[in-house]
Design a protein around this ligand. Structure first.
Ligand code: NAD
Ligand code: DAU
Length: 328
């Protein structure tokens, strides 16, 4: 059972399962604004079922969990900017939804994998030689990252106090197909396709550690099968880049001038830098990223957005109107 399997990473994970394993999958997804039903529709059939529902619905979750061998939990409200505008759904889905799932897997004895984020560790200075490890102290900055931190703590407590068979992973920034146009890379790609200028928060010095979504999917599947119960694994592919460099790479790809972008209002509490040390995942489970060439991955992602305008086109105008209302 894959919660949030209609979202960006969840739908790529489902695609990974159907392509590389013989698993039969049920997606539980509320189909919020962030869901990509089109990503699943062609795959529905013998090996894939979609249940539309809320992970915080205790009765529904209890019934579904009892019918499955394992639960991989992606469902979340995922966008920091939205959490600054209205934190409430982040508490409901990310905290209470995780609680509902934990109670269900506790009752049924079902294997559980919790998908989380490097943002629970707060941020690093630009010149800090350190990166996040599994031992880094939690220091979340935004309502989104605080809600994910809370969910991680619940999972650990359910492992220790109730013996729930769970693993956790905290991954860095993903990119690839089916990512909502509210997020940084698809927003800039679709701006450029539509002839608009990219929009950079603040000076653009903030660093994110980019990983292709297919590498995240492979890591989650490996942790589900080979990870040690109760353990956390950080997932990252040594992809640190500042936002200005990413915008410049995209401008060059589209043949536009390197200063053909706008600086816009910065994000409140904007984390400066994320960086993952994935040594544990690499040494313990032997995981290696297969899509570590960022320039190549970015070019393929641009091609995908060029070919799939019928999907993102209708989302774009409303997303940009909401950003414009905030000067972003
Ligand atoms: P997304 O916003 O693209 O998708 C979230 C999905 O969850 C959507 O399909 C949505 O409909 C569903 N959903 C939301 N609330 C729900 C509810 N109450 N019940 C059932 N379904 C619900 O998110 P994403 O970027 O694919 O992120 C997936 C997970 O990975 C999240 O847990 C996120 O914290 C984590 N993560 C994301 C990244 C990243 O770079 N995007 C990095 C690390 C970890
Ligand atoms: O690190 C993992 C996290 O990565 C996940 O947990 C989140 O779910 C995911 O949304 C992502 O969070 P970020 O806040 O890092 O991603 P976002 O795409 O919103 O922004 C990436 C960077 O780009 C960040 O420094 C803000 C900046 N930005 C973003 C937008 C939308 C801009 O400069 N301009 C923009 O238009």
């Amino acid at each position: 059972m894959v919660t949030g399997g209609a979202g960006f990473i969840g739908s790529n994970f489902v695609h990974h399962l159907l392509t590389h394993t013989d698993a039969r999958v049920t997606v539980l997804d509320k189909l919020t604004y962030a869901a990509n039903k089109d990503a699943l529709t062609p795959l529905l059939g013998d090996r894939l079922e979609l249940v539309v529902g809320d992970v915080a619905d205790r009765a529904l979750v209890e019934r579904l969990v009892g019918e499955h061998d394992a639960v991989v939990h992606f469902a979340a409200e995922s966008h920091n900017d939205n959490s600054l505008r209205d934190p409430e759904p982040f508490i409901a889905t990310n905290i209470l939804g995780t609680f509902a799932l934990l109670e269900a897997v506790r009752a049924a004895g079902t294997r559980f994998h919790h998908v989380s984020t490097d943002e629970v560790y707060g941020d690093l200075e630009l010149d800090d030689p350190e990166r996040f490890t599994e031992e880094t102290a939690y220091r979340p900055s935004s309502p989104y990252s605080a809600s994910k931190a809370a969910s991680d703590h619940l999972v650990r407590a359910w492992v220790r106090s109730f013996g729930v068979q769970a693993t956790l992973s905290n991954c860095s920034n993903n990119y690839g197909p089916w990512q909502h146009v509210e997020k940084f890379i698809p927003r800039q790609i679709t701006n450029l396709i539509e002839g608009r200028r990219p929009r950079l928060y603040g000076a653009g010095q903030n660093v994110r550690d980019w990983i292709h979504v297919d590498d995240h999917s492979a890591a989650v599947w490996q942790i589900l099968n080979e990870g040690r119960i109760g353990e956390t694994y950080l997932i990252g592919a040594d992809g640190e880049r500042n936002n200005l460099d990413v915008v410049r790479a995209l401008l060059a790809h589209f043949g536009r001038a390197e200063d053909d972008f706008d600086h816009v209002v910065d994000r409140a509490g904007h984390d400066l830098r994320y960086a993952i040390d994935a040594t544990k995942l690499r040494t313990e489970l032997g995981w290696r990223p297969q899509h570590g060439d960022f320039a190549e991955g970015l070019a393929r992602t641009v091609d995908w957005y060029r070919a799939n305008q019928q999907w993102w086109g209708p989302l774009k105008a409303a997303t940009e109107a909401a950003y414009a209302a905030r000067g972003q």
